[in-house]
Write a protein that binds this ligand. Structure first.
Ligand code: BG6
Length: 490
């Protein structure tokens, strides 16, 4: 089974931060893959920009190295790669002084292509870049701007970032990336819920006992100490990716897939989250920080040694019991946990259904497990619906739990495209469904800020956990207090 590639209109994509990590690891490989898939129309151009003084050829050679390093060998097609590189050019520019923006304008010329500016730079530069774009009249009325987290580190700072971009681009032209929304399986969550009649009638507090969302990583700091130590797991993962997943699970059925129809429903969920503050934070949140241990088959340092700063109180793990105050989800906890240096890399959503109300089977039949729907986002993407069946054979009525198992890799033998491939193409198509609207980002911060304030006020310190485990024991206690356990099918 192959999916169809529909070419997008010709576009000019200007990437600021063109020599940075995001562009190297994600954007250039994603753009090359779209070239290989035949999705570009002529005359599409990619213009890299950063402060470094590079010639077009030097930047092409950077792009070539990036693609070779981050695309599987079997997917390198030299002809397509050459074609791709002919689209690439480079302009050195500095947004703090305005140097190079005249040259950038000249490089773009008066092309009628869809125009998009990707700000793959620190958010502190967003404001000056869009101001220079404006001052040099580089944006057309339909130009788009793409930004990514961190969008602030609190509600107040998020507003400042949003205001600085909003001075030049209106909301319909701002594409805020949460790369989790571009993941194939995350979108599948919408297909599962809204393209099947089976689940929706059960998708509520009458039938669902609780929901678990786990995003576990085995990596540590990955050289991002400067950013990460100021952020911590709550800002880095929960404010954005985890809450977006929660929204997709919990939202009402939107009237359509139109961007605002979907985003309106997600916003309602964010607004219905019950506050966590100094009154309940110790009961419903756990902060952790990894100590030395083993990960990916080798010994690894603890967070503080990796950081080279023994005094940091930044959490590398967080578990939260979130509750949504509305009819659909009354008394259905959403347990969220995420961490670095955990036992394995896995992202999963578990919908735990309630037990059957009455059993007609005797004790000899064995335990009847409540149904469970496990949506595996990565790796080994797929869906498992755990059900009870009769154990085969003539030995009487014994029951057994088995999964109806759909592994996407086994069912579809296609490459799983990276989130950025879809998201960049959606920008060109002008489709904002998978991008966060300003009010969503701010509503998420409005829920997160009091958690940080409570941690500070109650001096809720980080609990140590050994690298390569499932986090501090307090995280297990958090869910076991409610008579439940973390799902571990790993
Ligand atoms: C990023 C976080 O947004 O998501 C990183 O800043 C994290 O800390 C990453 O490692 C996880 O993304 P993925 O796609 O590897 O699950």
């Amino acid at each position: 089974m192959t999916s169809q590639t529909i070419p997008v209109e010709p576009f000019d994509l200007v990437v600021f931060g063109a020599t940075g990590d995001l562009c190297e690891r994600k954007l250039l490989p994603a753009l090359y893959q779209r070239q290989r898939a035949g999705q570009f129309s002529e005359p599409t151009r990619i213009i890299g920009s950063s402060r470094s003084e590079l010639s077009d050829d030097q930047y092409r050679s950077f792009a070539l190295d990036a693609i070779k390093a981050h695309v599987a060998k079997a997917e390198i097609d030299n002809r397509e790669l050459d074609r791709f590189l002919t689209r690439v050019s480079y302009v050195s520019a500095d947004a703090t002084t305005g140097r190079g923006f005249k040259e950038l304008k000249a490089a773009i010329g008066d092309s009628a292509n869809v125009r998009a500016f990707y700000l793959a730079v620190a958010p502190s530069l967003f404001g000056s870049i869009v101001a220079q774009i404006d001052a040099h009249h580089i944006a057309t009325p339909t130009s788009r701007v793409i930004v990514e987290k961190p969008i602030g580190r609190s509600l107040e700072t998020a507003r400042e970032v949003n205001d600085s971009i909003g001075r030049v681009f209106d909301e319909a032209r701002i594409f805020r990336i949460d790369h989790y929304l571009g993941k194939e399986t995350v979108q599948n969550l919408m297909a599962l819920r809204f393209a099947n009649a089976l689940y929706e009638p059960l998708w509520n507090s009458a039938h669902v006992d609780h929901v678990q969302i786990t995003v576990a990583e085995s990596v540590g700091l990955e050289g991002r100490a400067g950013y990460y130590d100021k952020a911590g797991a709550l800002r880095d993962m929960v404010q954005n990716h985890m809450l977006q997943l929660l929204c997709l699970v919990a939202m009402e059925v939107p009237a359509s897939l139109d961007a605002d129809a979907v985003r309106d429903e997600k916003l309602k969920v964010l607004r219905a989250l019950r506050p966590i503050n100094q009154l309940n934070s110790e009961r419903v949140t756990v902060r952790g920080q990894y100590r030395a241990g083993a990960s990916n088959g080798g010994a690894v340092k603890g967070y503080l040694e990796e950081l080279g700063n023994g005094g940091s109180d930044t959490e590398t793990f967080v578990a939260v019991k979130a509750e949504i105050g509305n009819w659909r989800w009354a008394d259905v906890p959403f347990y969220l946990r995420t961490g670095k240096r955990m036992a394995t890399r896995v992202s999963e959503i578990v919908i735990q259904f309630k037990p059957i109300p009455h059993s007609i089977f005797g004790d000899a039949a064995g335990r009847i497990f409540a149904n469970q729907l496990v949506i595996r986002l990565q790796p080994d993407e797929g869906v498992k619906q755990w059900i009870m069946i009769k154990d085969p054979g003539p030995g009487g009525m014994r029951l057994r739990q088995i999964p109806l198992d759909m592994s996407f890799a086994e069912s579809f033998h296609e490459r799983n495209p990276d989130a950025y491939e879809r998201l960049i193409m959606d920008v060109i198509r002008g489709n904002q469904t998978l991008f966060m609207r300003r009010d969503e980002v701010e509503a998420a911060w409005r829920w997160i800020d009091p958690i940080h304030a409570a941690w500070e006020e109650r001096s809720q310190s980080v609990q140590p956990y050994t690298a390569g485990t499932w986090g501090p024991s307090a995280s297990i206690a958090l869910i076991e207090r409610d008579g439940r356990t973390w799902h571990e099918s790993f």
